[in-house]
Design a binder for this molecule. Sequence first.
Ligand SMILES: Cc1cc2nc3c(=O)[nH]c(=O)nc-3n(C[C@H](O)[C@H](O)[C@H](O)COP(=O)(O)OP(=O)(O)OC[C@H]3O[C@@H](n4cnc5c(N)ncnc54)[C@H](O)[C@@H]3O)c2cc1C
Length: 313
Amino acid sequence: MRINGVFVADSQPLAPLTTMKVGGRAKIFLMPESVSALENVLKLLAQSGVSYKIIGNGSNLIVPDEGVKVVLSLCRLKAIDRYKRDVLYVEAGCTMAGLLLWCIKNGFAGMEPLAGIPGSIGGALFMNAGANGVQLGDFVSEILLTSSHGSAWMSVPKGFFGYRKSQIPPGTVVSAAKIRLSAKKSGYQQEEPISGSHLVATSPSQILGNIKKIMKKRLNNQPLGRPSAGCVFRNPSESCSAWALIASCGLQGKRINDAQVSTKHANFIINLGNATSRDVLDLMTLVKKRVWEETGIFLKEEVVVWDHEEKIS
Ligand SMILES: Cc1cc2nc3c(=O)[nH]c(=O)nc-3n(C[C@H](O)[C@H](O)[C@H](O)COP(=O)(O)OP(=O)(O)OC[C@H]3O[C@@H](n4cnc5c(N)ncnc54)[C@H](O)[C@@H]3O)c2cc1C
């Protein structure tokens, strides 16, 4: 049903909207089609005192089997537009793949190390998604925050984005971002990453070549043929990776029902077909316990685990 520029669904299954393919339904699912429709939705929710959860592309998310009450999706806010010579406007519902496609078409390099991250811009900003030493936050000058009071651009201060985190408070809606562009030609190659402050003009074929190399690496290292939520745990430090700790504890292949620690990448939990959210969470607990007992290191989740909300009525 579409009401005032907002697509509304009740009892929306969420598992198909996540890459892990587990979890229950959203009692109410809202998809505003513009920033102004989003503002109206947030106003209505605030007036009625209803809390909500935000979903992006669901690629870093574990939804509880019992479901949740109200979910807001920005997947229909997909505009991407170079509205100044050196600024790219990109809305939160645009995917990382969509942004990379824009980069290829328009000949702007710098984001290739992020190829293969299956998130939306909103989710990738919230998580400061990154790979190969480059993070999305490196390129962002301003973010558009939307609340029941309206929308406002916020300049990104130094230190706002950190390792797989941002200072965006949970529940605050990011509806768009501005990305710095530099029209100056550069000799950027994947082997010599730029500092990452702005995208630089380069030939589309060079960008495509860089993306192909990155994707080949991902295909070799990650179990991309199975549902997962990417890396489950954060690396404890730069020199200590979660996958190495998990592998050293002999946990690869460990299963709880259809949730399994990947044999290809120890920090991935894959869904072999019929895993439930409970199976994934129990396996995460088992991994944390074993790593703690055997190494004395306490792993922290990188994936976002939504709470089970009592009484979905
Ligand atoms: C195969 C695979 C590979 C991956 N590789 C990487 C990788 O290399 N590097 C990496 O960093 N991650 C990786 N990930 C994890 C994931 O893709 C990223 O964290 C991604 O940025 C999450 O974006 P999303 O839109 O899917 O967010 P979701 O999973 O939908 O949500 C994640 C969090 O962001 C919040 N959120 C979403 N949209 C908004 C918004 N508009 N405003 C405010 N909050 C919002 C949600 O509420 C939630 O708390 C991988 C995942 C998979 C499945």
